[in-house]
Design a protein around this ligand. Structure first.
Ligand SMILES: Nc1ncnc2c1ncn2[C@@H]1O[C@H](COP(=O)(O)OP(=O)(O)OP(=O)(O)O)[C@@H](O)[C@H]1O
Ligand SMILES: [Mg+2]
Length: 363
């Protein structure tokens, strides 16, 4: 059987009146039960895309299908989607219970019909004991769960979430990330979440769509995005990558020799590269910071350069050593805290990486 897609966007464009191109040629196939994150900096078109899926914003060009039906021209009420906004706007004068039951009431269900699913949903989000409270008497995280329960009560095929954790402080966000994922698993509902947080996207989503300037930069699993950034933008935006700009000096099978900062490096050409690799072409390539080596073993590696050790950045169990390899060009080496660092400020250090770890990027 062909894969059942819950949401398919084909060649979707959005140009706002006035000419702002908010979304350009957006293509995505989202499977049933998938947790998808749209990740990108402010203004890149995330909310616009989400609103087009929900029918709150008109599509300028292209089509949107939900559960096999073309919904491009249908109003929100005719789509099997539910949206949870960033400012979750609970009804302040209604209790938690009344907030959650709202859409069932709108559907004209009787009080007796409404109560069981509402209780079930309140149990699911862990708020049954707060059913009679009003939103103002709840913590931020509890209010957020009310909003989630309210959006889920109609059992939509697809739940659209715009920065659902944006209003929460760090600790609460960590907890809610786990809870949101758990609830999504239990219900098996497709979630499409917008975020500008790399951590949220990479830790919760099955599939991440990285956007910038109205276009999709890369679609893939967290691991794919992290380990094999496709474009210069993704390499800079996700994780710690070392970027090099240079000129192709010669070609050899799936490898090229790139001259950069006065040296020549052996760089891999990814299979799916969308442009022809030619001698003399200007290119960018990246090397992940955790693929960078110093000390023993570097002598046998095909890419080497020296850098002056500047400082070390600390982040939990990982540390990043920073080296200046050319004026103003810094190289990052990420290592576990337990690995000793054998140099001190000002030292000239040999840096190296194996041939397959430098990868050519799309433009
Ligand atoms: N109603 C509108 N009319 C005109 N331009 C708009 C409108 N809404 C959004 N835009 C523009 O479209 C672009 C994309 O906006 P969008 O809200 O989708 O970004 P976003 O990725 O959600 O950003 P953020 O992370 O800041 O929420 C922006 O340049 C924005 O200024
Ligand atoms: Mg937005």
């Amino acid at each position: 059987m062909a894969t059942q897609y819950d949401v398919v966007l084909t060649g979707v464009h959005k140009t706002y009146p006035g000419g702002a191109q908010a979304v350009i040629d957006f293509n995505a196939e989202i499977e049933h039960g998938e947790f998808v994150a749209m990740l990108g900096p402010s203004g890149c078109g995330k909310t616009t895309t989400l609103r087009m899926i929900g029918g709150l914003e008109e599509v300028t060009q292209g089509t949107i299908e939900i559960a096999g039906q073309d919904v491009t021209d249908l109003p929100p009420s005719h789509r099997d989607t539910s949206m949870m906004f960033q400012s979750f706007a609970l009804f302040p004068h209604r209790t938690v219970f009344e907030n959650v039951e709202f859409s069932l009431k709108m559907q004209g269900r009787s009080k007796a019909q409404r109560a069981p699913p509402v209780w079930q949903m309140l149990e699911l989000v862990g708020l049954a004991e707060f059913a009679e409270r009003r939103p103002a008497a709840l913590s931020g995280g509890q209010q957020q769960r009310v909003a989630l329960a309210r959006a889920l009560i109609s059992r939509p095929t697809v739940l659209l979430l715009d920065e659902p954790l944006g209003a929460l402080d760090y600790n609460l966000r960590q907890t809610m990330m786990v809870e949101l994922k758990k609830i999504q698993r239990e219900l098996g509902i497709t979630f499409i979440m917008v975020t500008h947080s790399q951590q949220e996207a990479l830790s919760m989503a099955d599939k991440v769509i990285v956007m910038s300037d109205a276009i999709i930069q890369q679609t893939g699993t967290s691991r794919e995005i992290y380990e094999r950034p496709r474009t210069k933008f993704v390499a800079q935006f996700i994780g710690k990558n070392n970027l090099f700009h240079g000129v192709i000096r010669s070609l050899s099978g799936s490898m090229v020799f790139v001259e950069s900062i006065g040296k020549v490096f052996f760089v891999k050409v990814p299979d799916e590269l969308e442009y022809d690799v030619t001698q003399g072409a200007e290119v960018w390539f990246s090397v992940r910071a955790d693929r960078m080596h110093t000390g023993e073993g570097t002598a046998g590696m095909s890419n080497q350069l020296t850098g002056k050790y500047i400082t070390t950045e600390f982040l939990g169990s990982l540390e990043t050593d920073v080296f200046e390899v050319a004026p103003g060009h810094f190289v990052y080496l990420e290592r576990h805290r337990s690995q000793p660092r054998g140099f001190s400020a000002g030292d000239e250090v040999m840096l190296a990486w194996p041939s397959g770890d430098g990868v050519l990027l799309h433009r």
